[in-house]
Design a protein around this ligand. Sequence first.
Ligand code: ZN
Length: 500
Amino acid sequence: MQNVQNLKTHLADALYLQYASAVLGWDQQTYMPPGGVAARAEQLATLSKLAHELFVSDETGRLLEEAEAEVAGMGYDSNDAALVRVVRHDYDLATRVPTSLVAEIARTTSQAHEIWANAREDSDFAAFAPTLEKIIDLMRQKAEALGYEDRLYDALLDEYEPHMKTADVERLFIELREELVPFVAAIFDRLDAVDDTIMHMNYDIDQQTEFGLRVIEQLGYDMTRGRQDRAVHPFTTNFSINDVRITTRYREDYMPSALFGSIHEAGHAMYEQGSDPSLEGTFLAGGTSLGVHESQSRLWENIVGRSRGFWQHFYPDLQRRYPDQLGLVNLDAFYKAINAVSRSLIRVEADEVTYNLHIMLRFEMENDLLEGKLAVNDAPDAWNAKMEQYMGITPPSDKDGILQDVHWSSGLMGYFPTYSLGNFLSVQFWNKALEEVPSIPGDIAQGNFAPLLEWLQTNIYVHGRKYWPAELAERVTGEPMQVRSFLRYLKDKFTDIYDL
Ligand code: ZN
């Protein structure tokens, strides 16, 4: 396999340059003093330019073709064949869009960020509309350059969720909408059944930090190959399989923010740490897509972290740390409070039940905008009408409506659905794990997370990027991605919590 080896050696330089940028990016968001901003921007620009040029070079193209010839007869499951497949996918994505268009998108979106931030602050959509119009036009050009068979959106989605088709996502959302919209309405009629005011008391941050670290270590996040720091926007980043870092943010007046944020990021991090050691230093290391990544963060955060069993184990310790706040609150009341549903207009504050309605709305609007079925000027009304239709609420202003998310101003279209695909997949994986290892819920209630982690490790993490998301779902669960299991999970859990 000399040709594959040559490709690997050549690409390792690009990968290490990317990792070096990631170290600088991590430092920028955690420890760098404000004075470092300008110099850091230059350093990052230089490193990412070098990495990009190396990756899209003719040399990569030539080595890739030679490697393709070499792996032609090999089995689909071979690591070498998989590496060549993945590099071909990334290489085509990176080279099909002309440099001039890449530069135009970069220029427009970097200016767009401030225009969007100001428009949002003033709740003035008209101030952002011309910029959004331009970004949508650039996204259309990008989709045309990338190529697609069926829908413009396919080309954009592929960047985040390889080989996933818009029509498939649409089918999942239609099924979700039919069942979830009436279920949400039923919960909204019973919101008084759960009181979450205890979450909004004062919680000492040192205790939050200690408790959070104890939780994620016990889940299985390997702190000898990771660490947690503070950042304004929580994220996970990695520079190797053996150096995967997470960040969190603390709020004294809202305890769930840091705790569930840490569990979420630890879920991403355990997936990254779990790649087979032989994949280290290659493009096969890490998660296979944003959706599958999100399935892991959500599985640990929601299915495990917001379950009764999990708190049977951890609640006594939390109560001991916060006797004034939680001493008189029983486990059942606490469990309900961390699962409270609300009529939130804001996606990032949404609960497990309503979250995917926020995503569905954005997915539908992105398609309509791209395909010219919806004019930018009509977008705020369309947004509000959908909110009314799905959640029975209308945003009082565009700040709490169409202007709330940063994604469109950054040119991230096709990204949103990955959050929901992650939620759907998380339950499919969980159900399969329980079918194969029925002791898992009992183990969790005893604070033993190893059986679940081992199952995820063996069935999902170890493969890195070797299988495309849909292949992985089929391979692990024996069926395609579907929304049925997720709906069943939500209905069981919240019918109980809200006594429906
Ligand atoms: Zn996430």
